[in-house]
Write a protein that binds this ligand. Structure first.
Ligand SMILES: Cc1ncc(COP(=O)(O)O)c(C=O)c1O
Length: 383
């Protein structure tokens, strides 16, 4: 059976040049970047080259890049590293659980927390952040692009509001990376999280950008790796692959990749909305990443749709990968005011490997799957 992967917001496949860059790291170039002998120094040089590549990717200085094990660790390090008991933290209801669960733990340990909502399009309103500010607000954390809807957030505006109140600004840019260009100076952020596996790099590696002069308490205790900000031997192969993935993303932007991806996504989205009665795009009126389409199918049970598509070889998702399989409606869609609709919403997320032919195969498949599921739905029967 032909397999079509439309769940690239969960994770992306390695691009072949990334795999080619990584392979030697496991054989002749396997050193510990902390060792002073030549094997170690070669590894160090590779880590530092990747640091430069990633710094260039987001317009940062190499010394501002802290390698981590991925998006979750980067988000945890940003929040726990910047905030202390009695400080006030502002974040939003549409964040990934890496932020929301950290926020909850911080609150339990005496940090004051405000969680602001979003509008019906899934956009966090800068005014709501402005209104939430307190004299002791230490950090504002709002994601750059939402993982479920792809909706881009007004992060530059929110960063400016945070800075006017002398607070730091963090953004989780995991789902924005390699889909829209990122400039830490244009955003004006102090902290920014990335994960390699969402941008055709390997799983288990990411980074936290820490603007020069930002005080951050390290979470992991051990050696003086990453200038004392993150203890633990660097993941050489992961970091090298991450750097290569960033270089490829820069080339992709330069070659019109964004426009091509958006055209493919629009073809999918418009095709579905044309052929499936009642289908609508969640967050469709807001600016979005070019690869993500979150579509509500009234009268359909989301998990059933994912399984039915999977049986025909197509991987899609009901939302965040970690909550797929749970029957809870998406907290993001609920924050947008969608209740019943949230249960029948599906995320289609395209990647650089997807083709127009694959989109057309999926377009042929979706109306039949929806029809069958609606026949099983008591609420929909007879409509
Ligand atoms: C917005 C966002 N932040 C953080 C994460 C967590 O990243 P990781 O899986 O690399 O820990 C994800 C993963 O889905 C995400 O989408």
């Amino acid at each position: 059976m032909r397999r079509i992967y439309f769940d690239n917001n969960a994770t992306t496949p390695l691009l072949p040049p990334v795999l080619a860059a990584i392979e030697p790291c496991f054989i002749e170039g396997f050193g510990n970047a902390g060792s002073i002998h030549q094997v170690g120094q070669r590894a160090r040089a590779q880590v530092e080259a990747a640091r430069e590549q990633l710094a260039a990717f987001i317009g940062a200085r190499a010394a501002e890049i802290v390698f981590t094990s991925g998006g979750t660790e980067g988000d945890n390090l940003a929040l726990f590293g910047a905030v202390q008991p009695c400080d006030h933290l502002i974040t939003s209801a549409i964040e990934h659980h890496a932020i929301l669960a950290s926020t909850q733990r911080l609150q339990e340990s005496g940090v004051e927390v405000t969680i602001v909502g979003c509008d019906a399009n899934g956009v966090v309103q800068p005014e709501s952040v402005q209104e939430a500010l307190r004299p002791n607000t230490k950090l504002v954390s709002v994601m750059m692009a939402n993982n479920e809807t792809g909706v881009l957030q007004p992060v530059a505006e929110i960063a400016a509001i945070a800075h006017q109140a002398n607070a730091l600004f963090h953004t989780d840019a995991v789902q924005a990376a390699a889909k829209v260009p990122i400039s830490v100076d244009e955003i004006g952020c102090d902290l920014l999280t990335l994960a390699a596996h969402k941008m055709n790099g390997p799983q288990g590696v990411g980074l936290l950008y820490v603007r020069r002069g930002t005080l951050l308490q390290s979470r992991q205790l051990g050696g003086r790796h990453e200038r004392g900000r993150r203890a633990g031997t660097e993941n050489l192969a992961g970091i090298v692959g991450f750097g290569r993935a960033a270089q490829l993303a820069v080339e992709w932007f330069a070659n019109g990749g964004q426009q091509e991806m958006r055209a493919l996504r629009d073809r999918l989205e418009q095709g579905i909305c044309r052929t499936v009665p009642g289908a609508s795009v969640n967050g469709g009126r807001a600016p979005r990443t070019p690869n993500t389409s979150n579509i509500a199918f009234p009268g359909v049970e989301g998990e059933g749709f994912v399984i039915a598509m999977d049986l025909q070889g197509v991987a899609v998702s009901t939302g965040a990968a970690c909550s797929s399989g749970a029957t809870e409606p998406s907290h993001v869609l609920v924050a947008m005011g969608l209740t019943e609709q949230a249960r029948g919403s599906i995320r289609f997320s395209l990647g650089k490997q997807n083709t127009a032919e694959e989109v057309d195969i999926v377009l042929d498949m979706v109306p039949g799957v929806v029809r069958k599921l609606r026949e099983l739905s008591p609420a929909w029967a007879g409509k």
